[in-house]
Design a protein around this ligand. Sequence first.
Ligand code: PLP
Length: 370
Amino acid sequence: MSCDFLSLALPNVQTISPYVPGKPIEELARELNLNPENIIKLASNENPLGPSERAITAIHNELAELTRYPDGNGFVLKTALATYYQCAPEQITLGNGSNDTLEIIARAFLGKGLNAVYSQYAFAVYPLITLATGAEGREVPAKNWGHDLEAMLAAIDDNTRLVFIANPNNPTGTWFTSKTFEQFLSKVPKHVLVVLDEAYIEYAQNDNELPDGLTFLNRYSNLIVSRTFSKAYGLAAMRVGYTISHPAIVDILNRVRQPFNVNSLAIVAAASVLTDFDYLAKSQKINNDGMSQLENGLKSLGLTPLASKGNFIAVDMGKNALPIFNQLLSEGVIVRPLAGYGMTNHLRISIGLEQENEQCIRALTKVLRG
Ligand SMILES: *Cc1c(COP(=O)(O)O)cnc(C)c1O
C-alpha cells in the first residue's frame, strides 16, 4: 500500500488538472500497431514545414561545446532579438519555451492571497502556473469564444497582479484589434502586469487587424510581450521563447529564473532563424493555403470552424467530439480534443501540409459518414 501522496501535496497543487499534450506519433503507432509513416499529427500547432536549414547548421556547429554550460545570459540570442526589434537587450528575458517565461512571471508575482485574471477557453498553461503558486485564478467568461476584455477589466481588484491574454488565442483562434487592446490597456491599473502572449504573431505579418504588442511597450510599462520560436519559426523541440518588457521587470524575473534555463543549442538555433525570412514566408504561405483548404473541407462536411488567425482551427462537431477524435486516431490522424477546455463538442486541428490536410478531411469524411 502506498501512501496517499495527493493528500500530502499542497492544497493548491491538488486542484490543478494536469496538462494533456497532443499524442505523439510514435505512441499512437505503438498503441494501434500502425506504421508511423502513415500517421499524421495535427495536434500541437507545430510547423509542418520541418526545421530551417539555418537552425540545423547552427546546431551542428555548436555540438563541440556540449561539455560547457550555456551562456546563462543568452548574449547571442538577446543581441539578435534586440537588433531585430530595436529594443534594448536589457528588456529581454529568455525562456525554455515561452511556457518557462510565463511560469517565471507567475512565480515572481503571484502567491497566496493574490490573483491572476484570464479568459475562459484561454491557453491551458495560465491556470496551471497560477494555481501552482497558491494564487487564485479568475477565469472570465468568454465572448464569442474570445476574450471579453471589458469583463476582464472588471475582474481586476487590488489583489490582482497579472492578466494573461493570448492574441490570437489558443485553442479558439480568436483575436482582438489594436484599438480594442489599447482601450483595455489604458484602463488597467498600473500595479497590474498585462502579459500579452503572441505565440502566433509571425503568422499574421502584414495583417493589420492584429496588433503588434511591441508597439505599446513605450507607453505601457506594465506590459509584457511574450513570443516563441515553437510555432512559425519551427523550433518547438528546442524549447525557446522570450519576453520583452520594461528592464525593471526583467531584473525581477532574473531573480526567479534558473541560471541556465535555455540550452546552448536552442540559443544558436533561435538566433540563426530569427531573420530567416524565406523560411518565415514559406511557413506563412503553407499556413494561409492550408487554412483555406481545411476551412473549405470542414464547411463542405457541414461543420462550423471558428475563424482563426493562428495555425490551427477549432471546429464545432455538433456533438461530443471525443468519439470522433478516437475514430480519427484509428485512421492515423491525431487532432486535439478540447474537453479539457470545456469545449466538449470541438476539435482543434493544426494546419498541416497540403497532403496532410487532405488526409485529415478524408478521414473525417469517412468517420462522419460512418
Ligand atoms: C504554443 C503556445 C505557446 C508556446 O509555448 P512554448 O513553451 O514556447 O513552446 C505559448 N502560448 C500559447 C498561447 C501557445 O499556443
